[in-house]
Design a protein around this ligand. Structure first.
Ligand SMILES: C[S@@+](CC[C@H](N)C(=O)[O-])C[C@H]1O[C@@H](n2cnc3c(N)ncnc32)[C@H](O)[C@@H]1O
Length: 266
């Protein structure tokens, strides 16, 4: 696989499934992402870019702060579905193949996008070039190598959950995803020339009813074929779904690293 373009993406491109996944991502992770964005001081007049905007909730939050003198450009390989509001513009844009304007943005944000792109180093260089001197880059990325089960009814259920995590990792990697990119994001941003690089790890509790566990359940559906190829049986996948609905189930989420870096002021 050379490029992860609109035609090639780890998750199902079914519109309904994508919309559900993006809504769950927003519910689970906007509190982290928006708190960190607020730390940059983003406000009136800023020019912002969100790459791979998904549901667009992050871009909407930014537009409410920068409009009317500033603007947020929300891009994605799929046409972003955005509300009509001042200071918000959507654009179909492939982060791998399409150029970005240089030195144009005070703030660039990309959450859970670079992990999907085998060319992430090249894409990161483009995001850095798109920053104005002194501008902020925020990269939020998972490291899914740490998602331990905490409360599971019996040893067989624990084993099937651990098999699911292992199969998910194999299936993701087979599609060019780096599931642990989060742990490398800060180093990659420093290597791309950013200064004041500041990584913050966050975890959550997965329990029935939590958005983060609902996301994992969506993975079981979305990635069913590739999870089967990675060694899970239909029976085991059904058992994982049942496990996620068991009232006593508790697990730790993956780590989400929210990383800031700045382009040196001239
Ligand atoms: C896991 S979703 C994250 C969405 C959103 N950033 C969030 O965190 O809620 C990954 C997003 O990246 C987009 N994407 C995948 N490949 C892309 C590419 N080559 N260029 C731009 N966006 C891409 C997908 O369409 C999807 O919206």
């Amino acid at each position: 696989m050379d490029v992860n373009t609109a035609a090639d993406y780890a998750f199902a491109r079914d519109g309904g499934a994508a919309a559900r996944r993006h809504a769950l991502l927003a519910e689970a992770y906007d509190p982290v992402t928006l708190d960190r964005l607020a730390e940059t001081g983003v406000g009136s007049g800023w020019q912002c870019l969100e790459v791979g905007a998904g549901a667009g909730t992050v871009s909407v939050w930014l537009a409410e702060r920068v409009a009317p003198s500033g603007e947020v450009l929300a891009t994605d390989v799929r046409r972003p579905v955005l509300p009509r509001m001042p200071g918000l513009r959507g654009q179909v844009h492939d982060a791998v193949t399409d150029p970005l304007p240089e030195a144009a943005f005070d703030l660039v944000v990309a959450r859970l996008v670079l992990r999907h792109l085998p060319q992430r180093a090249q894409v990161l260089d483009g995001l850095v070039r798109a920053l104005k001197p002194g501008g902020w880059l925020q990269i939020d990325e998972f490291d899914t190598s740490y998602e331990p089960p905490l409360l599971v009814d019996d040893a067989a259920d624990r084993r099937v959950f651990e098999s699911f995590l292992a199969a998910k990792d194999i299936a993701m990697r087979a599609r060019g995803v780096d599931p642990s990119f989060g742990r490398h994001a800060a180093g990659a941003m420093r290597d791309a020339g950013l200064v004041e690089v500041d990584p913050r790890p966050r975890v959550q509790l997965r329990h029935p009813g939590s958005a983060d566990l609902a996301l994992l359940a969506e993975n079981v559906t979305d990635m069913r074929d590739s999870l089967r190829e990675a060694g899970m049986s239909e029976h085991e996948l059904d058992r994982v779904r049942d496990l996620f609905a068991a009232p006593g189930f508790r697990a730790c989420s993956s780590l989400l690293y929210s990383v800031h870096g700045r382009k040196a002021a001239r």
